[in-house]
Design a protein around this ligand. Structure first.
Ligand code: AMP
Length: 398
């Protein structure tokens, strides 16, 4: 039995969506990721609801027809067996201007997260529901909220203000917030650690998953990022458009008579890789289709990489010195082709990709993929759950 020190007290991480709960039990700071208890309850509230995952190496899948969030949390609790957590860390999408760091949840903090629903109507309601359901199932455990936006609080006004009248900022809090903060914080800190020098580092990080964003980090602080008021701004994503002309809304309304809910659906659910390719939002499917000569898939990947390279180039303006680029997320960690196509669009960065290292990097592993002659190029698997646990521990005195 290992000695119980603050570093090896288990923390349960909960990431709650409107119909899903992702969870992971982080037993201690040294635990290998493949030894975690983790899983996903999905399709909650429907006949297809199920809980699947792995208890360490043991995979499982249980059907739970029509289970709601509270029922799913009870099933997750049962799967933890003897491993009772000391605390719960919640991923919360929007912390607005209230929160520049993780917070221990009490009635006041929960009320502020509710108030932020106006800024994040697609995400914060599910986070609030997740916290309420977790408080009901684990009433005696301390709970912490870790915000996706918090890491970007260090952005200067020139990066976070829109060129809109000031009242919209001062009264309505309309500004750029940025998201994926836990991921950008984790991978850039990891890259600095791997360098083992004391220099302030300038990194560009590209989190490329179903949602995609870039971030410029100087000396451990976010100085700019591609997402804005909502996670719709910026890069091409799985089903999200990323940047479009703001005049598009009025045009669609005038020409097609579309109302705002219809336009929201278009931009969030029907666009991005899916809309461009007419085939899929999944990069694996698109890469396979390109190999089979699918023109839509080719175009989708070309636009994806070009917009990504443009975003990295633009964000480099926020850095006094650029030391390297980090790829992470499902696409960034696994697609050698997307990494190569993107780097090829940035010749002025003096980035020299080592194609063998890029092609041969084992799945799920971190590694440098440049030749060593110029800019550092890294693949670093993100660990949002590990980072949330690391931010949760000190707030509950662990
Ligand atoms: P995430 O949201 O981080 O889980 O990432 C999901 C995205 O990663 C999807 O577009 C997947 O197609 C993509 N992805 C996962 N594995 C691979 C792979 N081996 N090659 C290319 N894309 C991948």
């Amino acid at each position: 039995m290992p000695e119980m020190t603050p570093e090896n007290q288990p923390v349960l991480i909960i990431n709650c969506g409107s119909s899903s709960i992702k969870y992971a039990l982080i037993e201690n700071t040294e635990q290998p990721r493949n030894e975690r208890i983790e899983g996903l309850a999905e399709n909650l509230g429907t006949p297809e609801a199920k809980l699947s995952g792995h208890d360490k190496a043991q995979k499982f899948s249980i059907d739970m027809p029509n289970a709601q969030h509270t029922h799913a949390l009870q099933a997750i609790l049962a799967r933890l067996g003897q491993q009772m957590p000391m605390a719960i860390g919640h991923r919360v999408v929007h912390g607005g201007e209230f929160f520049n760091s993780a917070q221990r949840i009490d009635a006041d903090i929960l009320q502020k997260i509710r108030e932020l629903i106006a800024l994040a109507p697609l995400h914060n309601p599910a986070n609030v529901m997740g916290i309420e359901a977790t408080l009901a199932v684990f009433p005696h455990l301390p709970q912490v909220a870790v915000f996706d936006t918090a890491f970007h609080h260090s952005m200067p006004p020139k990066a976070y203000r829109y060129a809109l009248p000031e009242l919209l900022y001062t009264e309505q809090k309309i500004r750029r917030y940025g998201f994926h903060g836990t991921s950008h914080a984790y991978v850039t800190e990891r890259a600095s650690t791997l360098n083992q020098h004391q220099t302030p580092y300038g990194w560009l990080s590209a989190h490329l998953g179903n949602g995609c964003s870039t971030c410029a980090v100087w000396n451990g602080q976010s100085v700019d990022t591609s997402m804005g008021l909502t996670p719709l701004e910026g890069l091409v994503m799985g089903t999200r458009s990323g940047d479009v002309d703001p005049g598009l809304h009025g045009h669609l309304q005038r020409v097609l008579g579309w109302d705002l809910p219809r336009i929201d659906k278009l931009l969030n659910k029907e666009s991005g890789l899916l809309g461009l390719s007419g085939l899929s939002n999944d990069m694996r499917t698109l890469e396979q289709a390109v190999a089979d000569g699918h023109a839509g898939a080719q175009l989708a990947i070309a636009v994806f990489c070009y917009r990504l390279a443009k975003s990295l180039a633009a964000l480099s303006c926020g850095l006094p010195v650029l030391h390297g680029i980090i790829f992470t997320g499902g696409i960034g960690e696994n697609s050698a082709g997307i990494r190569a196509q993107t780097i090829a669009l940035l010749p002025h960065f003096q980035a020299h990709l080592d194609t063998d290292k890029n092609d041969q990097l084992p799945r799920g592993q971190e590694g440098r993929i440049d030749t060593g002659a110029g800019l550092q190029l890294w693949v670093i698997p993100t660990d949002e759950e590990g980072r949330i646990a690391a931010e949760t521990r000190p707030l509950i005195g662990l």
